[in-house]
Design a protein around this ligand. Structure first.
Ligand code: KIV
Length: 277
């Protein structure tokens, strides 16, 4: 029997865990996150120094070719999580809870346990505001690490009427800040904030103590995440304003991922042209 966790503590680059992420945020070291969906890309992303790898339900769009993330199932995420886990050495593995997989505390716990036990995820991410407080509380009470995804919630695309910037109205921004605080209070370990004006990113960052990871949320948050295929220029069609193509000036996939990590760590990304006002 080997206590791998203890052995890894003294390594020069020990695996990232929730404490590492908290410490990075406290020390103002930006957290670099990317999605991945297979073992080979996971390996490249990991070796580039990415801190968190998300098996996102964006796989419904970039891998499966759907228009939204709605058709993705728990079985899909488990499959991709398993293969991604095999490619990782250092990065922290987070898995998305798909559409309608967390409608009750019991269902959420069952599915989160599957993502961790069958998929190898170390944290689950779910979309929602104050309506999900009870779910987050239930997961946290069972020591399931949780990332609460607020701002633009892609699983709600049909209710929202499209993928749009959120929180432009003062009342919506206020609600988002209150939601972040309520989710932290309920036990969320990370807040992920998508597609909001820079100032709202700052307000949410200031409202909570847990790390805030942004995607299109401006430079004032604790870390950044992008969909891997977007930042590699693989995704076809019009891309959101916050995406930078890191492959354009790189000679290899590894160099592109390293350039992204460097840009996040040095705060060169996101630049003003990637931000919303
Ligand atoms: O599914 C996903 O890839 C995500 C990112 C957009 C954060 O949720």
């Amino acid at each position: 029997m080997v206590y791998k966790q203890l052995e890894q503590r003294g390594m020069p680059q020990p695996p990232v865990n929730v404490s590492t992420l908290r410490q990075m945020a406290a020390e103002h070291e930006p957290i670099a996150c990317l999605t991945a969906y297979d073992a080979s890309m996971a390996c490249i992303v990991d070796q580039a120094g990415t801190d968190v790898v998300l098996v996102g339900d964006s796989l419904g769009m970039v891998i499966q070719g759907h228009d939204t993330t709605v058709p993705v199932t728990v079985a899909d995420i488990i499959y991709h999580c398993r293969v991604v886990a095999r490619g990782l050495r250092r990065a922290f593995l987070m898995a998305d809870m798909p559409f309608m997989s967390y409608t009750t505390p019991v269902q959420a716990l069952d599915n989160a346990v599957r993502l961790m036990q069958e998929g190898g995820a170390m944290m689950v991410k779910l979309e929602g505001g104050s309506g999900q407080v009870g779910i987050v509380e239930h997961l946290a009470r069972h020591d399931i690490p949780v990332c609460a995804h607020i701002g633009l919630k892609p699983q709600s695309v049909h209710k929202l009427g499209g993928f749009r910037v959120q929180g432009r109205e003062q009342a919506d921004a206020r609600q988002m800040v209150d939601d972040a605080a309520a989710l932290e209070q309920a036990g969320a370990d990370i807040v992920l904030l998508e597609c909001v004006p820079t100032e709202v990113g700052r307000m949410v960052r200031d409202a909570v103590e847990v790390p805030v990871i942004g995607i299109g949320a401006g430079p004032h948050v604790d870390g950044q995440i992008l969909v891997l295929y977007d930042m590699l220029g693989i995704t076809q069609g019009r891309l959101p304003r916050f995406v930078q193509n890191f492959m354009a000036d790189a000679g290899s996939l590894g160099a592109a991922c390293e350039a992204y990590v460097r840009a996040v760590k040095s705060r060169a990304y996101p630049a003003p042209e990637h931000c919303f006002s």
